[in-house]
Design a protein around this ligand. Structure first.
Ligand code: ZN
Length: 726
């Protein structure tokens, strides 16, 4: 699937005589003579074009054509994107989002972004680096890389941006393949067309109207309820085929009636697809045949390839069959090859995301060791209280020569050396996410939040539970409805008062949709832990982005340090304790229990270092007044945060160790609590350490591996240093 105006034939079936016209439309003709029926489907997804690159290396963009939904720009914020370079390579990028830690609670920015709020981060430190990566103006930014790898079969459900278009194209392809052996002498014409710039006002269709002069047209396009026709969740469920026409012209109505009665389709009012509208404007009688799509115009569009598969309908009526029936019902029908066998219903578990981010495997040569520890830790899913997968990964990555213990609370403890702990380091294993608390009658899931984050970052997003099954977070019910509130500088701190009647997406309305129709089908989701589909991407040479860098970076720093220390002579007059803790995001509970245990055993370390995120204002969306630690400039002492202030002398001691070993170190004030707090409350000195992180608690947390490696060296040197001798 190509972005608008960028030709790509991945959706067009191969092995057929394809003609490409000057506009970029791909067409295949069957038969000759009149009447000529055009069967049209879009072949592009909405894209943004790079319009400038800032001195800090961010890409600014402009969209082209109509957005797939009113909140489409909003759905880019904090999301993963694909950036196509001038030489055709596809790079991962992320769209900046405000740090959750800086504006929690009532102080939430109103989530109604426009294209003005889109800042694309490709890991470049400046515009020169971005250009060296092959990016220039007019390069495209999309949420989908291409469908060529997507193996979508009949009767399956697919989720991802543009899933409805993909379904339509697959159905057209299926009908077309079946027509493949038709004799050319057939005394009428059917022309299949994959329309270029279809998303941009159906422009390619306009061209075809003038070159082919079709007598009638069928447009296959995702079903979008018109504003008066309720919300994004069609009451048709996954039921009958839908035929819509948005025109009042008599020839169109006649054409619609003929098709509708011939084929028992459910006829309804729906929104015109841009391709349908363009053909209608050109005077071609046009109907739309519509795959049912939930949440159209969101990144988590959910489309179904078949109809009537669950609610008492026929066993295998699909839109593809429907098209074939129409062809067979024509006067002197074409000779069709055998209809494909109807496969048994593929359950919802077979839903697949059409997205595959990042688009490229890791390329950087300089951080291989770090990457090999960090990547498996990030890919493991561990919502607070469900840290098992992360714990198993930590245990696997720790050096075998050091003994690791899992304490009764689930924390992993490693002691380097003998005697009572003289110093301790802690990194947390858990991450934020949802937990399923109940099931609605329609099969959608109610949730509770684990940790603090903006629900709107998950709106319309594909999510997964621990075992990999996919679902979509339903967008707010009115996301397709005009008028929308007008808000200046939506993501800035300035204008935060919502217009009356504005609802946004309050916590209580968040529903997760595993693609079912009834409560019964969803019951095995109770208690499930849910987050986005996890991935880790290299952004440029040194940076990475992914969900849960907070605190898998911290875990990685501790593991790197332990791998180093494992080869050295361990201290005998007091050990260094390393803890990988649970339940930090939900209230520092793992660290609290650990500090209790150590205190009871007379082993409370005099000095502790929580190793966790330094939420940084090094982004275009934040004020540099505070938390301005820069990515790539070293690790950071979290001297002051929401929950702690380190004693000045202890901070100085850490600075001296870093300086003696030429470790780049920053220090500052940021927001958030840390695992050292319960220790400090019991009498330890707490000097939290971290690294600068952008876009905290989003799916695109971004940080620099050089800072992580500096942090690992600092942890190593501090472990070697007896407190008081710094
Ligand atoms: Zn954290």
């Amino acid at each position: 699937m190509a972005p608008t105006s960028d030709p790509d034939s991945s959706l067009v079936p191969r092995g057929l005589p394809i003609e490409t016209d000057a506009f970029g439309n791909e067409i295949v003709r069957f038969g000759s003579g009149r009447p000529l029926t055009l069967i049209a489907v879009r072949r592009d997804v909405p894209a943004y074009f790079v319009t400038s690159i800032t001195p800090e290396g961010y890409l600014r963009v402009q969209n082209q054509g109509s957005s797939p939904s009113l909140l489409w720009d909003q759905f880019q914020i904090g999301r993963r994107v694909f950036v196509t370079t001038k030489d055709g390579r596809v790079l991962p990028g992320v769209v900046a989002a405000p740090n959750t830690h800086f504006r929690r609670g009532d102080d939430v920015p109103i989530p109604e972004a426009t294209v003005d709020d889109i800042w694309v981060d490709v890991g470049a430190e400046n515009d020169k680096q971005a250009r060296a990566m092959g990016i220039e103006n007019l390069c495209t930014v999309t949420q989908i890389d291409g469908y060529s790898g997507a193996d979508v079969r009949r009767r399956e459900r697919v989720i991802g941006p543009g899933a409805g278009i993909l379904c339509g194209a697959q159905l057209a392809a299926e009908a077309e393949r079946t027509l493949g052996q038709t004799k050319a002498s057939w005394n009428r014409s059917v022309v299949f067309a994959w329309i270029a710039q279809g998303s941009a006002g159906g422009r390619g269709a306009e061209t075809l109207a003038h070159t082919l002069h079709p007598d009638q047209a069928i447009v296959i396009a995702p079903y979008i309820p018109s504003p008066g026709d309720s919300a994004a969740y069609p009451d048709t469920a996954w039921g009958a085929a839908i035929v819509t026409t948005g025109s009042k012209s008599p020839s169109t109505l006649e054409w619609a009636e003929a098709v509708g009665s011939q084929l028992q389709a459910k006829s309804t009012n729906g929104r015109w697809d841009p391709v349908g509208a363009a053909l209608d404007r050109a005077g071609v009688p046009t109907i739309q045949v519509q795959p049912i799509v939930r949440y159209v115009g969101t990144p988590g569009e959910m489309a179904v390839m078949a109809y009537n598969d669950q609610v008492g309908g026929t066993a295998g009526e699909s839109l593809g069959d429907w098209l074939l029936s129409w062809l067979e019902a024509l006067p002197s029908p074409p000779r069709l090859v055998a209809r494909p066998n109807v496969k048994p219903f593929v359950p919802v578990s077979a839903m697949r995301a059409v997205t595959s981010w990042p688009p490229t495997a890791q390329t950087s040569e300089s951080h291989q060791t770090t990457w090999r520890i960090l990547a498996p830790l990030v890919h493991a899913q561990g919502i607070s209280e469900h840290e098992e997968a992360v714990r198993d990964t930590v245990l696997r990555l720790l050096p075998a020569s050091l003994r690791s213990v899992v304490d009764p609370h689930g924390n992993v403890i490693v002691r380097w050396g003998k005697g009572k702990p003289r110093r301790a380091f802690m990194a947390h294993m858990d991450e934020i996410g949802y937990r399923v608390t109940g099931v609605d009658r329609d099969g959608r899931l109610r949730t509770e939040k684990k940790g603090g984050f903006y629900d709107w970052l998950y709106e319309g997003e594909t999510v997964r539970r621990g075992d990999g099954q996919l679902a979509v977070v339903a967008p707010r019910a009115d996301y397709l409805v005009r008028p929308r509130p007008t808000i200046d500088s939506p993501l800035s701190d300035r204008h935060r008062v919502a217009p009356s009647g504005f609802k946004g997406l309050p916590d209580s309305l968040v529903r997760i949709d595993p693609g079912n129709l009834f409560a019964d089908e969803s019951k095995d989701w109770r208690g499930a832990q849910i987050t986005v589909v996890k991935s880790l991407a290299h952004l440029g040479e040194d940076r990475v982005a992914g969900r849960s860098l907070d605190d898998r970076f911290g875990c990685t720093a501790l593991i790197l340090a332990l791998r180093q220390l494992a080869n050295e002579r361990a201290p005998k007059d007091g050990c260094v304790l390393f803890a990988f803790t649970v339940e930090e995001e939900t209230g520092l509970r793992g660290a609290e229990k650990l500090s209790d245990d150590l205190l009871a055993a007379g082993e409370l370390p005099p000095l502790v270092h929580a190793v966790d995120t330094f939420v940084s204002s090094d982004t275009p969306l934040e004020d540099p007044r505070y938390a301005h630690a820069l990515l790539g400039k070293g690790c950071v002492i979290r001297a002051v945060d929401t929950g702690s202030a380190a004693p000045k002398e202890a901070v100085e001691a850490v600075r001296r160790v870093a300086a003696n070993h030429f470790i780049p170190l920053q220090f500052g004030v940021t927001s958030g609590g840390n695992d050292g707090q319960p220790f400090a409350a019991r009498g330890s000195v707490n000097v939290p350490l971290g690294w600068p992180l952008r876009y905290s608690h989003t799916q695109v947390e971004t940080a620099d591996l050089r800072d992580l490696e500096a942090l690992a060296r600092l942890v190593t040197e501090l472990a070697r240093t007896r407190p008081g001798t710094e």
